[in-house]
Design a protein around this ligand. Structure first.
Ligand SMILES: Cc1cc2nc3c(=O)[nH]c(=O)nc-3n(C[C@H](O)[C@H](O)[C@H](O)COP(=O)(O)OP(=O)(O)OC[C@H]3O[C@@H](n4cnc5c(N)ncnc54)[C@H](O)[C@@H]3O)c2cc1C
Length: 541
């Protein structure tokens, strides 16, 4: 069989930004402001609007009321993080919050206001005060729309949509354990032309978001396949705390709508959880005092357990008793979206499942986004800075994206005048490609893996289950790595190769953590250890 060449062109930039969520957009805009002569490439897998950032509903946290303070915000963050936050990072990010909120407003982001012009701050679980700046229930869209327009008006930022970064390029031919190769660019798949270009740069920014697609149910969009973390790990950077996946208790279960969140505010407004079939309310078995107002992790455990026991793959949320007029005005997005699917929430029950929502771990980075590898930065959900510890406080993630975007732009200017070793880069070579496997075979691995992760490394974990899972993952990973070298490189294959690595890292970290803490629950080790550390992995470790 003839081989196919996918070799594209070579391009050189000052900065290569991989990912166009709020972290990537903020970084690119700030770097362009600080250094107007820089040439910046911003590559995204789909359109600029396809990111977790765009779908964020609740908002962004920053203390501003008289009774609130940065110290209180820090204390709430540490409590949620369950003993594993890194205090200097928490303090640095929260101290910067007021200034960064002002910067977003200066860009033109319009957060909701009260009639007297004061911000309309929302309250969310775990926060001691109202401190969430929001724009209705579409806060992420309000921020992304403004930043996206600003990026499009900035000529030195070239946006490349439908471009998928495949791998980082370093100045070392192979990784030597303990060494830190310089990152000098990335191979990027241009999906429309099926070519792999060599993009070289003085700094490379990973802002590729989380990895929710490793589980069967997730609130994340399809682009969330952990690519940045997988690429950094393969290049030799350390990654950490991958076992701490935060699950949201109530994702809509519907064949036509994959990843639509049903806000926890519905339970705040009195919604009941009921078993599908019998209609029985079941929260009295798990938290009789708080019932549906118990914390996120308790509700998610309860739903997961009832689904495992029962005959239906979902439970129901019931808010019919609040009446149509209230529901339509309080939850406009949810009301209208479900109506288009034939569910009138003032008359019908809402089928829901718990879903992977936020990855607290990622590529080890400081608050400026600096990773182990010279010239490589990791920002936003891709980074593991220690802000979230074992469990994220709601609305702290958008804050982390914005603060890090600004900080990394400033820090990374140090590399702009220092010539990278670009002559070490070799263009993409597809000489080994002889196989044209069908997309359905790649999909079969996807489906299998996501189901296995949900059952074995989801909300409730055990040693025996995790060890079985690791065997399954390693068998799949062997096959997928072979596919990768033999098959023409397509986006789904790149993502599958990354997600299987993410699955392995989550599973190994979950095996190692013999305790229950934050987003990690071990049925065989339900208690917390008195001394607990980060779980850190590096290639060949
Ligand atoms: C439904 C939902 C609601 C949420 N609500 C809130 C909230 O109210 N408040 C809050 O603080 N947090 C919220 N979160 C979490 C928060 O939205 C995310 O953590 C945050 O937006 C991540 O931003 P990011 O810039 O790091 O990445 P994302 O916004 O996820 O952007 C990732 C980008 O990387 C690109 N990309 C990925 N891989 C590649 C590749 N290989 N090559 C090229 N491009 C690539 C994607 O195309 C995308 O542009 C929510 C998350 C979800 C899913």
């Amino acid at each position: 069989m003839n081989s196919i060449s996918q070799q594209g062109q070579r391009f050189v930039y000052d900065a290569l930004v991989i990912g166009g969520g709020i972290a990537g957009l903020t970084y690119a805009l700030e770097l362009a402001r600080l250094r107007p002569a820089t040439k910046i490439a911003l590559v995204v897998k789909q359109g600029l609007v396809e990111s977790s950032s765009y779908y964020a509903q609740g908002g962004i946290a920053a203390a501003s009321l008289a009774e609130d303070s940065a110290a209180l915000h820090v204390s709430d963050t540490l409590k949620a993080g369950d003993g594993l936050c890194y205090l200097p990072t928490v303090e640095a990010i929260i101290t910067a919050s007021t200034q960064r909120l002002q910067d977003l407003k200066n860009h033109g982001v319009a957060f909701d206001q009260q009639n007297d012009g004061h911000p309309d701050l929302a309250q969310e679980g775990g926060h001691s005060c109202r401190r969430i700046y929001h724009a209705g229930d579409e806060s992420g869209k309000a921020i992304v729309d403004v930043l996206m327009q600003a990026v499009k008006k900035t000529p030195q930022i070239q946006v490349l949509e439908f471009h998928t970064a495949v791998n980082l390029i370093t100045d070392a031919e192979c990784h030597i354990p303990g060494s830190w190769p310089e990152v000098i660019g990335a191979y990027v798949l241009d999906e429309q032309q099926a070519l792999i270009h060599t993009l070289l740069a003085s700094v490379v920014i990973l802002a590729t978001g989380g990895a929710g697609k490793v589980y069967r149910y997730t609130s994340n969009p399809d682009v969330a396949t952990g690519d940045g973390i997988a690429m950094a790990y393969r290049a030799g950077a350390r990654v950490g705390n991958m076992e701490f996946y935060q699950f949201h208790p109530t994702l809509l279960y519907h064949p036509q709508k994959n990843n639509f969140l049903i806000s926890e505010a519905l339970r705040g407004e009195g919604a009941y959880l009921r078993l599908a079939g019998s209609g029985e309310r079941f929260m009295q078995r798990y938290d009789p005092a708080r019932m549906e107002l118990a914390t996120r992790d308790i509700i998610a455990h309860a739903i997961f357990t009832e689904i495992e026991r029962g005959a239906h793959p979902y439970v129901h949320l019931d808010i019919r008793h609040r009446g149509k007029a209230f529901l339509e005005s309080r939850f406009p997005l949810i009301f209208q979206t479900l109506l288009t699917l034939g569910i009138d929430i003032s008359r019908d029950l809402i089928p829901v499942v718990p879903a992977a929502h936020y990855l607290c771990g990622g590529v080890l980075a400081d608050v400026n986004g600096k990773t182990d590898l010279p010239r490589l930065y990791a920002l936003g959900e891709t980074a593991f800075t220690g802000l979230h510890g074992a469990n994220r406080l709601a609305s702290n993630s958008l804050l982390e994206c914005v603060v890090m975007g600004y900080a990394a732009a400033e820090d990374s200017t140090r590399w702009l005048g220092v010539a990278p070793n670009h002559e070490k880069a070799i263009d993409w070579d597809s000489y080994g490609v002889t196989d044209f496997r069908r997309a359905s075979q790649i999909n079969a691995h996807w489906r299998g893996l996501r189901g296995e992760m949900t059952s074995y490394a989801g909300i409730i974990r055990t040693e025996a289950g995790l060890k079985d899972l690791l065997k399954l993952i390693r068998a799949r990973r062997g096959m997928i790595d072979e596919y990768y070298w033999q098959h023409i490189v397509t986006r789904d294959l790149v993502e599958l190769r990354n997600i299987i690595l993410i699955a392995e890292l989550i599973t190994r970290s979950a095996i190692n953590r013999k305790e229950s803490r934050g987003g990690h629950f071990r049925a065989d080790y339900p208690e917390k250890l008195s001394n607990s550390n980060e779980s850190i992995f590096q290639l060949n470790s």
